[in-house]
Each structure stands twice: as structure tokens, then as C-alpha cells.
Design a protein around this ligand. Structure first.
Ligand SMILES: [Zn+2]
Length: 313
């Protein structure tokens, strides 16, 4: 039996929970006209959940059955491997993954599984040459995604891909890209011309037309939620909203855009920590109904692999 042909674009937005449209929720308060048009006036908040032809929004669990606040290393491992890294370690692990998680990521990431199934996959994020050199030399520690990309043997995207409109930076508009975030520069600072979020979204939407699985990661919402960058939460919401508009207007008919997160943060303007809120699972495109069975971040990757026909069993 011939299966339906699907392409997937996974937009991973670090630190975005799905919470009610209350005054402390920037996703409710800050203007997001494109998300409102897509989802209704509540935008990307609890209360806008829906499932109809080609569109799904639901809240999914990010706590992984473990006490305490969900964190990036274990949450992203769950998202990108479909295995519960927090249960493995017995706790939520912050920041960059340690050796046990890295072994799991190297073995089981969606990049590896899709590549082994003979399908085309790419990581759309651009990195500076300085960072990539430091990563290869072991002097920069890998994130969950960079560990997964390296272990799957995928090509990296750099400044040259940005210039050709074939990559996107983590901050979407390129103004923060290449600058040290923690005071410790990796490689020399890189300056690239800023672009509008909507244009960056168009670049990503077009790139997704060339691969069965395209992944983009932005940790802008998490950094803003922690108050670690100079951008107000409303500006991050504006960027995400414009960016998704650009993605959706260039999405090929067979591509389903999936947006999700590893844990909450941005949606609670009252705290600067992560939250135990559900995270959004937003899907736009023909495979959207197939994601309706996903109830937790650990179920996302297996579902994506099934849609692509790349599941191992
Ligand atoms: Zn965080």
C-alpha cells in the first residue's frame, strides 16, 4: 500500500508553555495578529486548543513524570529522541546534556533515524565557523540538537547559507547571532545584516520543501523568559508571530509545520524560571490530524517518524 507523502518542518521554540490568556502571559497580551488569524483571538494560549482539517493545537505534557521544574537537557532529549531522559537520570537536567544523555541522543535522534531510513533531513540553524570549530575541537559543549546533528553526520549551515537565504539564526532576525550571550565569546564575533522575521520565516518555509524533515531551533523565548537578553517578551512574541507567518506563506502543500517546546517559561511573565505548564503542539498542514494522539513531549519524535514512514517498527 502506498503511503501518503509528507514533509515535516519542526520548529522547536525553547521555553514556551501553553497557559490561559491572563495578564501575565505575554503570548496573550502582546500583539500576535498572524497567530490570532490562525487560531482565533486567543492566539497561542490555553483556550485556543482545536483540531480541524489541517490544523491542530493542543497542550502536551512536558513534566516527563518527574518532580520539579522541567529543564532543557532532558526535555530536548525527550523531544528529539522520543526517549525519557529525565526518567533515565531520575531528575530534570538543565542546559547542555551530559555524557549519558549525549550517548542516547547520538543513538536515537530523529536526525539519525530519518537518515537511516534513507530520507533527507537538515538542521536549518546557522552557526558561526568559530563555534563549529570549537565544537569539533571539543572546546565548546554540544547542545541536544548540535549533538544530534554531529552524531548523524549532517552538514552544518553557516554564514554563507544565511547569505543565500538557506539558513536561519537562532534569534530569527540575526541581530543577536554571533554575539557572546554569556560573556565568553566562542571564536571571533560575527556580524551579519539583520533581516525581518517574516523574511527569515520564508527562508525556512522554502528550505523545508527540499527535505523530508527540516528542524529549526530558537531559544529566544527561553532567554527572554529568564530575563537574560535585552529583548522584552512582547518583542519575542512579535518575532515568533511574523516568523511563523513567513513560514506558513511559503509552506509547500505536502509540508506540515509542527511547533512545540521543551518546557514552559515565556508564558508566565510573573516568574523568571521554567514552569510545569503544558507546552503547545501546533501543527499546520496535511499531517496535522496524525499528531492529535500525542500527549507528551516524549511522544513527538515517534509520531513524526511514523508520519514520514521512518519508524523502526
Ligand atoms: Zn531555560
Amino acid at each position: 500500500m502506498e503511503r501518503d507523502y509528507h514533509r515535516l518542518l519542526l520548529v522547536f521554540a525553547d521555553g514556551v508553555g501553553l497557559a490561559p490568556a491572563a495578564g501575565a502571559n505575554p503570548l496573550a497580551v502582546a500583539p500576535s495578529p498572524h497567530l490570532d488569524r490562525l487560531l482565533g483571538p486567543g492566539g497561542l494560549t490555553a483556550g485556543s486548543e482545536q483540531s480541524r482539517n489541517g490544523l491542530l493545537l493542543k497542550g502536551i505534557d512536558a513534566t516527563l513524570g518527574v518532580d520539579g521544574l522541567p529543564q532543557s537537557a532532558t526535555g530536548q532529549t525527550a523531544l528529539f529522541t522520543g526517549e525519557n531522559g529525565a526518567a533515565l537520570l531520575g531528575r530534570h537536567a538543565t542546559g547542555l546534556p551530559g555524557s549519558r544523555l549525549r550517548r542516547l541522543i547520538a543513538r536515537a535522534s530523529v536526525f539519525r533515524r530519518v537518515t537511516e531510513a534513507g530520507l533527507a533531513t537538515t538542521f536549518a540553524n546557522a552557526y558561526t565557523r568559530g563555534y563549529l570549530d570549537a565544537l569539533a575541537a571539543g572546546s565548546a559543549r554540544a547542545s541536544v540538537t548540535t549533538c544530534a546533528v554531529a552524531a548523524a553526520g549532517l552538514d552544518w549551515r553557516t554564514e554563507e547559507h544565511l547569505a543565500a537565504g538557506r539558513a536561519v539564526t537562532w534569534d530569527i532576525e540575526r541581530d543577536l547571532f554571533g554575539r557572546p550571550l554569556t560573556g565568553r565569546a566562542i571564536g571571533s564575533p560575527v556580524r551579519v545584516e539583520p533581516i525581518a522575521a517574516r523574511r527569515a520565516g520564508r527562508h525556512l518555509g522554502r528550505l523545508a520543501g527540499d527535505h523530508e524533515l527540516t528542524v529549526f531551533e530558537t531559544f529566544l523565548p527561553d532567554l527572554a523568559g529568564h530575563g537574560r537578553i535585552g529583548l522584552p517578551a512582547a518583542e519575542v512574541v512579535r518575532r515568533l508571530d511574523d516568523f511563523l507567518a513567513g513560514v506558513l506563506e511559503t509552506r509547500a502543500p505536502e509540508t506540515t509545520v509542527v511547533l512545540t517546546s521543551d518546557h514552559g517559561n515565556l508564558e508566565d511573565g510573573g516568574v523568571r524560571t521554567h514552569t510545569r505548564n503544558p507546552v503547545p503542539l501546533l501543527a499546520v498542514g496535511p499531517a496535522a490530524p496524525r499528531l492529535a494522539t500525542v500527549d507528551s513531549i516524549v511522544e513527538v519524535a515517534p509520531c513524526l517518524l511514523r508520519i514520514l514512514g521512518a519508524a523502526s517498527s
